[in-house]
Design a binder for this molecule. Sequence first.
Ligand code: MF3
Ligand code: CO
Ligand code: CO
Length: 269
Amino acid sequence: MSITLKTPEEIALMRIAGRLAGEVLDYIEPFVKPGVTTAALDKLCHDYMVDVQGCVPAPLNYAPPGYAPYPKSICASINHQVCHGVPNDRPLKKGDIVNLDITTIKDGWHGDTSRMFAVGGDAAISILARRLCAVTNECLWLGISQVRPGVRLGSIGAAIQRHADKAGFSVVREFCGHGIGLRFHEEPQVLHYGKADTGPVLEPGMIFTIEPMINAGKAAISELPDGWTIVTKDRSLSAQFEHTIAVTETGYEVLTLSSGSPPKPDFIS
Ligand code: MF3
Ligand code: CO
Ligand code: CO
């Protein structure tokens, strides 16, 4: 397999799927409060996707080779959980940070986006947690801002890694961004570290996610016995933001923007 180029008509459909994924995050935001369980957030998002948006939640029963089918409709990763946190019946606590990752399928096309939420509000989380979330959103946007035809894929990861390193944080290596379209995970793999000016050359019509996972401590991770949830090995905090990006003739288009998306940091052109 190789990197598929999407036609303008296909990009129009992915624009819809992407916007809907972003709008699920906007919808769930007011429910992310101390005392709510991630299973309750999963149910709310599931019903919104299915009943209001007419979407299929892509994670539900998703089973890549070597994995048991994913049992829920969203991923909810709390504090030292890096990604793929399986929603459960433990209530969120004031001061937690949680990533909610939404992937919609609309008319066969996927949209994939995630953001961090501060449980109890920004003032309730630690200064470290606040800085980690801010730096991770900056990493995402520094990666996005590399995207235009002629640039090589490795420049995205290099920009992300440079910023994370400068902040004293580390980049998770085992999971990466990915091409996306009619399938959830397509080529290419979009590493969040690496060397500028290496790898495949970007072309208009490519669509992929950028989704850096940044740890406050060391980069190493482990998998919980549920076979899905990934945590930092040193139990340090981890944050992630994700958008689905199309390469355009002149640069990029973020397909998963919605009214509640965290803004692009001011220092990024
Ligand atoms: N949404 C995740 C990603 O960004 C993948 C989740 S797979 C699941 O690629 F099965 F855990 F949902
Ligand atoms: Co993704
Ligand atoms: Co995702």
